[in-house]
Ligand binder design. Sequence first.
Ligand SMILES: [Zn+2]
Length: 106
Amino acid sequence: MTTAAAARTDLWTLRGLVFCGACSAAMDADVRPGTLTRVYHCAAGCCPGGTVASVLELMVLTDARRHAPELIEGVPEQCHPLVFADLYRAIVVHAEHRGVDIMPRG
Ligand SMILES: [Zn+2]
């Protein structure tokens, strides 16, 4: 693992914004045991193994680029959490790959 990759693992751009679609609990940022795979998972266990963080983060980044390019283009990745917190009220993950709801503010 390179230093850059190690730094990236600390970058949870959706920390605090992700909620479980089944029980509405905030999802924890975690690393899948025995792996380097970052996941968001429900503490109540609605989604065993959790949702892969990089995939979820890319979905939200793509949404932000489409709807608010002036807020995200050229912004350093370490600032993305601030932009996402401004743009979104919640990212709701439905278990068993039944989809993700990206809930904008306002
Ligand atoms: Zn849950």
